[in-house]
Design a protein around this ligand. Structure first.
Ligand SMILES: Nc1ncnc2c1ncn2[C@@H]1O[C@H](COP(=O)(O)OP(=O)(O)OP(=O)(O)O)[C@@H](O)[C@H]1O
Length: 279
């Protein structure tokens, strides 16, 4: 469990970046932080993994303040993917990069080596390749693989799909969804509302260093005031159904097409509408 209790933070003492932020994320949740650039999402991630300490309030991991947890203990509980993979990659081969976390935790066993090779294969990475010769998408995959291979109970992912093409994005999100299905808590910052709508169960919307909305994903993504305050464009199906819910045609405005959140919802609603009209 990760708990923010009245947390404020700044990088220098002059400029407050977060102001009085509170939320609790339970074990096994899949949460997306959304909001415009500079809203404070990455700062929230840095506080959640103890890289940054609050100037006021407390950040607790499983009930223990991050200020009281040793770095090794934080790393064991929380895996962190930086926004820029090049801040994370430091070894000369993909294999060594994937082994790095095991070595840091004194877990560099034969089983770990097998897990590393399996993870490289799963992400389509050559274990002998040099990380800095990989393209941006492959470096992002490597950085994510090096976090996931350690199977931490909490995954903190700062924009895991940035710089990836459609196929790579789908691969990465499938792996993250699989980790979640196996019990991991997933907390990600994401600017892609289609990805947020497809995967997150809960959305926390931020603006100007504070939380403006927090709740079930589509409750937040359909809230016009939230969308405006956090400068968000909802997933396309939500956008269409929100427009239909406001249109002048009562035959549409009050039907499931105007409440659809996903492509499946929308397809089923349109078919039901057409079938009802025919009969
Ligand atoms: N290392 C730093 N030193 C000083 N100010 C910083 C630092 N990192 C971020 N900031 C400032 O803190 C504010 C919040 O930044 P943060 O990166 O948390 O926002 P964000 O919501 O993650 O934005 P983005 O979506 O662009 O990553 C911004 O005004 C930013 O300029």
């Amino acid at each position: 469990m990760i708990e923010f209790s009245h947390v404020s933070a700044s990088y220098d003492t002059e400029t407050p970046i977060l102001d009085d932020v509170s939320f609790t994320i339970g074990d096994g949740e899949f949460v997306a932080f959304v909001g415009e650039n500079g809203a404070g999402k990455s700062t929230t991630m840095r506080l959640a993994n103890g890289l940054l300490k609050p100037t006021a309030g407390r950040v607790l991991i499983d009930g223990v303040p991050t200020t009281e947890l040793r770095t090794s203990e934080l790393a064991r509980r929380v895996g962190f993917l930086f926004q820029n993979p090049d801040r994370q990659i430091c070894c000369n081969t993909v294999r060594d990069e994937l082994l790095f976390g095991f070595a840091a935790q004194n877990r560099e066993t034969e089983a770990a080596r097998e897990q590393v090779d399996a993870m490289a294969a799963r992400f389509g990475l050559d274990p002998d390749a040099e990380p800095y010769l990989l393209n941006r998408g492959a470096r992002q995959l490597l950085a994510l693989a090096s976090v996931i291979v350690l199977a931490p109970p909490v995954l903190l992912l700062d924009e895991p799909t940035t710089g990836l093409d459609f196929r790579e994005c789908a691969k990465v999100m499938d792996v993250i969804a699989d980790m979640h299905a196996r019990g991991a808590t997933v907390i990600m910052v994401c600017h892609d509302m289609e990805v947020v709508g497809d995967y997150a169960q809960r959305v926390i919307a931020m603006a100007r260093g504070g939380v403006v909305d927090d709740g079930p994903a589509f409750r937040v993504l359909r809230n016009r005031e939230t969308l405006q305050r956090a400068h968000l464009v909802p997933p396309q199906i939500v956008d269409v159904s929100l427009r239909l819910s406001q249109c002048d045609a009562p035959a549409l405005a009050d039907t499931p097409v105007a409440r659809a959140n996903t492509l499946d919802d929308m397809t089923a609603a349109v078919i039901a509408l057409a079938t009802a009209k025919e009969s």
